[in-house]
Design a protein around this ligand. Structure first.
Ligand code: HEM
Length: 527
């Protein structure tokens, strides 16, 4: 080992000495090795090559959606009850059982369409993803701020995202492409009415709601199930921006929401959300005018009142943004005992997509990274090797036994907490069919009617601004949909575009669509 004392820093400087990744001291970090002071450079210059080639690899692929986002950490505290009833009646998930019980959480807020450095002022749904590090392993609740989504079948996800992302030729986001797709996708109306109202540009991440959006299940000790939907309500209140507010702010700052979140935490103003749950019996509910597994619908709160089950407090910023925010990986497949999937076709498709993209984006061993590992040393697997293996998953006692079953040692299966065969019995033909009760307009219209006048005005103005950049057939079809959503909305948007109800009365329903009797009645009145 070389003696560094003669080459080392000036006396009295007790900072640690720079090394390369092999643990070798770096004597000169200013000049690479060259033949003579003016070069040429030499190829055996390990220190220079290691430094520059690591830099060349500093970026990993950004998330294909939700690339811009910020993660903060904190805890979830359970209330132990669903309203007045002990929570154990409905779920055996341990994190919810006792009043005051805390689980560590990581929460990443995001925009959806823009790239990693895009503006946080954009009109865009916001992601609201929470990882609970529970005593039974991780639970991820991966939601958004609007409560519904554009589509109801996962097979449409690449299409909706391609339409919303920049044009593949010019790389400019084009209303023409967005509304071309939406005009042929009537289930998007509920989402559009929300997204193009002031709710579509939340003021920042602290003042937004969150929703699980998809329908999940709760399972109790007896194996009985209920359908549930999750809601996060900010204690800070809900605030939004108009298009004009957003444009003014964006002129100065494209990262205001991240700065606001981290600034508040650093000042000790820890943001807090209450988690509420809606519940219904686990069956098809033929009495409802929508399917409980349809993520373009909300559940009416009068019939299915949301009840508070706990609260989340965020009190820590990441120590390193890349390690803890870029590399964090959420997925809808990450559930703990007592929580389950429903057959919601979006949810099932999402559940494949998240871990698939993370094996590509972060690498096959992404779950060995500290931010993604469960707490409590819970991981004991026989999975081995692959790129960037960081350590051998522990347990089993005998290192040569990386398989199961074995009489030489190794790991054994767990016993199911209750019997395995309590799930629903499912019979049916393999098919490709849309769900019945699509009812694409009713809730969109109810949402429009619930808005305050200024919110309706803002929605109408935004739709006219964007649709006026679209081709006439797209404008006509969108006015046709809006007339079915709510006469006032269709009439006002139509007026702005110079399209009356009579101009669209000849349009036939889309092949992909089932109309309700009320929709047909409205159609008859158009002409
Ligand atoms: C992120 C797929 C629907 C919320 C992502 C990512 C993919 C994806 C591939 C990137 C993940 C990563 O790189 O780590 C899908 C598919 C969907 C779907 C295939 C439909 C079939 C939804 C819906 C919501 C949602 C309905 C809201 C309820 C999110 C959030 C993130 C995300 C919040 C960001 C997670 C983070 O902060 O890292 N989605 N998604 N997605 N998605 Fe989805």
């Amino acid at each position: 080992m070389t003696d560094v004392s003669s080459k080392g820093p000036a006396q009295g400087d007790d900072r640690e000495i720079l090394t390369n990744r092999q643990g070798h001291f770096v004597y000169d970090n200013q000049n690479q090795r060259t033949v003579g002071a003016r070069g040429p450079a030499t190829l055996e210059n390990y220190q220079f090559l290691e430094k520059i080639s690591h830099f060349d690899r500093e970026r990993i692929p950004e998330r294909v959606v939700h690339a811009r986002g910020a993660t903060a950490f904190g805890y979830f505290e359970a209330y132990g009850a669903w309203g007045d009833e002990p929570i154990a009646r409905y779920t055996r998930a341990k994190l919810f059982q006792e009043r005051g019980k805390r689980s560590r959480v990581a929460c990443r807020f995001s925009t959806v369409i823009g790239g990693r450095d895009s503006s946080e002022c954009n009109r865009d749904p916001r992601g609201f993803a929470v990882k609970f590090y529970t005593e039974d392993g991780n639970w991820d609740l991966v939601g958004n701020n609007l409560g519904v989504f554009f589509i109801r079948d996962a097979i449409k996800f690449p299409d909706v995202i391609h339409a919303l992302k920049p044009d593949p030729v010019t790389f400019v986001q084009q209303p023409r492409r967005i509304f071309d797709f939406m005009s042929q996708t009537p289930e998007s109306m509920h989402m559009l009415v929300n997204l193009f109202s002031p709710r579509g540009i939340p003021a920042d991440y602290r003042h937004q709601q969150g929703f699980g959006v998809n329908t999940y299940k709760w399972v109790n000790q007896q194996g009985e199930t209920k359908l549930v939907k999750y809601h996060w309500m900010p204690k800070q209140g809900v605030r939004s921006m108009t298009e004009e507010d957003a444009a003014n702010l964006q002129a100065q700052d494209v990262g205001h929401a991240t700065a606001d979140l981290y600034g508040a935490i650093q000042r000790g103003e820890y943001p807090e959300w209450e988690l509420l749950v809606q519940m219904m019996d686990d069956h098809e509910h033929p009495e409802l005018d929508f399917d409980p597994l349809d993520d373009t619908k909300t559940w009416p709160e009068q019939e299915f009142p949301p009840k508070a089950v706990g609260r989340m407090v965020l009190d820590r910023c990441p120590e390193d943004f890349f390690a803890e925010s870029e590399q964090i990986a959420f997925g809808t497949g990450v559930l703990v005992d007592g929580l389950d999937f429903s057959d919601d076709k979006m949810l099932v498709g999402r559940t494949f997509s998240y871990s698939d993209t993370q094996r590509y984006r972060v690498g096959p061993n992404y779950l060995q990274l500290p931010v993604n590992q469960p707490d409590h040393g819970l991981v004991r697997t026989n999975q081995r090797d692959g790129q960037m293996t960081y350590h051998v998953d522990g347990g089993g006692g005998n290192p040569i036994v990386n398989y199961e079953p074995s009489i030489l040692g190794g790991l054994r299966e767990a016993h199911y907490p209750t019997h395995d065969e309590q799930g629903p019995e499912i019979r049916g033909r393999l098919t490709r069919k849309r769900i019945p009760r699509t009812n694409d307009y009713l809730q969109a219209g109810q949402r429009y009617c619930l808005m305050e006048q200024w919110e309706r005005d803002d929605l109408v103005k935004n739709m006219i601004d964007l649709l006026s950049q679209c081709d006439r057939p797209i404008q006509e079809r969108m006015v046709w949909h809006f007339l079915l959503v709510e006469n006032d909305l269709g009439t006002r948007v139509g007026e702005g575009l110079g399209i009356g109800a009579k101009d669209v009365a000849h349009l036939e329903p889309l092949e992909s669509q089932d109309l309700t009797d009320e929709d047909r009645e409205r159609l008859r009145n158009l002409g």
